[in-house]
Design a protein. Structure first.
Length: 372
């Protein structure tokens, strides 16, 4: 049985996450025409400035849903073939047999076998995806670095493969989505940011979502605190950062209200066609950057819990910030939540991340928000 939106329970659950150790978080939950917005904690640990539910936030890989939607729109118009090899479009970036074997669809659903480029762009992350084998120094070294996306793609393409194109188990990789960005630019003849803004952001009617024009976040926002598994103590603010290291694959700035509007519009068929949406919701197993195996579609993944209905959406992280946006398949219930601390778990002597009270408190908030 579906439970109605319980404002008191949501107020208590979001406050519990702050009490568990998260500096600040804010969220919006929608249930039909009823809306709850809440915030707990601080946006600045030095001044005590509080977080508010209308703050702008770096949403990380939630951007991938926007990018995937833009690619699918081009496929609907016949300009891009989802099962056409990427080497047909970008032979210089993915040459030879690899370019012939990897299709556009494999890039969108992370089954291309192309590895993550970040450990090569950020030398102290060379142990990635095993975070215990990494160090955070490169985060400071590259705070204002302006990366060339073609060079980043080259790092991923030249690195040892993470799998076989179209294989049974995908591996999540930003290399895939930087290639999709290049594909959009070649197909449309305009920058990918402009294409996504015009065809996705504006079509969804979003007024507080856009790509950064510099290292700062415009408008009211929180500082973003990175702990890097206890290696940065106290956690350091990375809210000012050049996001060219991920570009239009993960650099969007938005609000929790806009994210709910976007996923509501997407699942209602107002961004891509019903057939494209159905393809976005065809999933297969993909190893996430946290090492978990998730079901992943074309820029979307599902979440199921103790209540009725499957939720669809995406999560995202940046240095210091995290976001999750999930909408029930029928559009009737939505959650978007933003947090201003990342990688809060410390490591034990074997290098294994240890449970933290934030984990359980945040999971409880998600459960209350999505299922009542």
């Amino acid at each position: 049985m579906r439970k109605p939106l319980d404002r008191a329970a949501l107020d208590a659950a979001i406050a519990d996450v702050h009490r568990a150790g998260l500096p600040g978080l804010f969220a919006e939950v929608r249930d039909g025409d009823r809306v709850w917005r809440g915030a707990a904690g601080v946006a600045d640990v030095a001044t005590g400035r509080p977080v508010t539910a209308d703050m702008r936030h770096r949403v990380g890989s939630i951007t991938k849903t926007f990018t995937a939607a833009a690619v699918l729109q081009q496929a609907e118009s016949g300009r891009i073939g989802l099962d056409t090899p990427i080497g047909h479009y970008l032979p210089k970036l993915v040459p030879g047999e690899r370019g012939d074997a990897i299709t556009v669809r494999m890039l969108i659903n992370h089954t291309s076998g192309l590895p993550e480029y970040l450990p090569y762009a950020y030398p102290s992350l060379k142990g990635f995806p095993v975070l215990a084998d990494t160090r955070p120094e490169s985060l400071d070294d590259h705070r204002y670095t302006r990366f060339d996306p073609v060079e980043l793609i080259g790092m991923g393409v030249r690195a040892p493969a993470a799998g076989t194109p179209g294989g049974p188990l995908g591996v999540y990789s930003n290399t895939n989505y930087l290639l999709l960005v290049e594909l959009l630019e070649q197909t449309t003849g305009i920058p990918a940011e402009q294409c996504i803004t015009r065809n996705v952001i504006e079509r969804a009617g979003l007024t507080d979502t856009g790509f950064p024009t510099g290292p700062k976040i415009d408008g009211p926002h929180s500082r973003l605190y990175e702990a890097w598994l206890g290696m940065i103590d106290p956690p350091r603010d990375y809210s000012v950062y050049d996001m060219s290291f991920v570009g239009p694959s993960a650099s969007l700035i938005s609000t929790v209200a806009d994210l709910n509007h976007f996923y509501g519009a997407l699942l209602a068929g107002r961004i891509v066609s019903p057939s494209s949406l159905e393809q976005m919701q065809r999933t297969g197993p993909v190893v996430s950057q946290e090492g978990r195996t998730i079901e992943y579609g074309l820029g979307l993944y599902p979440m199921e819990g103790p209540g009725e209905g499957v939720f669809w959406g995406h999560g995202g992280t940046v240095w210091g910030g995290g976001t999750l946006a999930m909408t029930r398949a029928d559009g009737g219930r939505q959650l978007a939540v933003a947090v201003n601390l990342q990688r809060w778990n410390t490591l034990d002597s074997s290098g294994t991340p240890q449970p933290h009270p934030i984990d359980d408190a945040l999971a409880t908030f998600h459960r209350v928000a999505m299922y009542g």
